[in-house]
Design a binder for this molecule. Structure first.
Ligand SMILES: C[S@@+](CC[C@H](N)C(=O)[O-])C[C@H]1O[C@@H](n2cnc3c(N)ncnc32)[C@H](O)[C@@H]1O
Length: 282
């Protein structure tokens, strides 16, 4: 089947509308795991009082919330996302403010009449089927000397929290994600991320890695939490496996996490994220 970006986006919207509140509670609102890097992204961008900022794919408003403290009353921040559910949570979590707005929009097609001093995009670039179009759109909306800040996860080997399960699941269910879907790891190296952003015309590109460990508990906690937080379209595929396949799959995941399992049985995953900053010189 040929990859259809419109269907892929629709599927992502359905998934994010379903998982937004779980995602917010489990990760974003408590700065768990990769969200420890949000402060680093904001710090690197050196956001000033009075700045006009756009947080693209703002999700439940985690980056937005940190930035609002920086721009002050004379600044302005807009968060934009395709998921109305995520935006609803972001609005509630951030509270009503005169210098804050959340908008339902798509990364590749959003339009604003006024340009921004800073645009952020945390853990979302890899979801855009046409990331180049989204980056060019971001550039178009930045003032001259305006700053871009992007955070992505490192590649599969750098984030075994994801790959230990994903590698096993796709062995058993090759169409776990729609065939032809963009590889979510495609910007997971400094080189690949730099190249994509450079291609969109940005200058002064700098990519830093941010490394930490994440402990999801013992294997059973890790596995059960995966199932608990899984979105419906994926859960349905797992549920279609027979008993033996499910057992074999679980054993494969268990094998994958062995080298990260400590003497007390808890898992300690390394996790790398990449934080890119760049400028619009035009
Ligand atoms: C992993 S979440 C990150 C959210 C937020 N930036 C954060 O750090 O918590 C990915 C977000 O990207 C959004 N998203 C996916 N595709 C999008 C698109 N084409 N345009 C705008 N947002 C999109 C999803 O709805 C979701 O809220």
């Amino acid at each position: 089947m040929k990859f259809n970006p419109t269907d892929y986006k629709k599927r992502n919207i359905t998934i994010w509308n379903e998982v937004a509140s779980r995602y917010h509670k489990r990760w974003a609102s408590i700065s768990q795991g990769p969200f420890a890097s949000t402060s680093k992204l904001v710090q690197l961008l050196d956001i000033k009082k009075g700045d006009r900022v756009f947080d693209l794919a703002c999700g439940t408003g985690v980056v937005t919330k940190k930035i609002i403290q920086k721009v002050g009353g004379s600044g302005f921040i807009i968060g934009g996302d395709t998921s109305v559910k995520a935006i609803k949570i972001a609005k509630k979590w951030n509270g009503k403010k005169l210098n804050l707005d959340f908008v339902n929009l798509d990364a590749e097609t959003f339009r604003f009449s006024k340009k921004f001093d800073v645009i952020t995009c945390q853990y979302a670039l890899f979801f855009f089927p046409n990331a180049q179009k989204a980056l060019k759109n971001m550039k178009k909306h930045l003032k001259k000397e305006g700053k871009l800040g992007i955070t992505v996860h490192g590649g599969a080997q750098k984030v075994p929290f994801f790959s230990s399960i994903f590698d096993a699941v796709t062995e058993f269910i090759p169409d776990y994600v729609p065939p032809g879907s963009p590889d979510l790891d495609r910007f997971g190296t400094k080189k690949a991320l730099n190249k994509e952003v450079k291609k969109a015309g940005f200058s002064k590109i700098n990519v830093q890695d941010f490394n930490f460990n994440f402990n999801p508990g013992k294997f059973e906690n890790y596995w059960q939490n995966y199932l608990k937080y899984l979105a419906k379209p994926l859960k349905e595929k797992l549920d279609a496996l027979d008993k033996k396949q499910r057992k074999d799959l679980k054993n494969m995941v268990r094998e994958n996490v062995k080298s990260f399992t400590q003497n007390d049985g808890t898992i300690k995953f390394p996790w790398e994220v990449l934080i890119l900053t760049a400028k619009n010189k035009d």
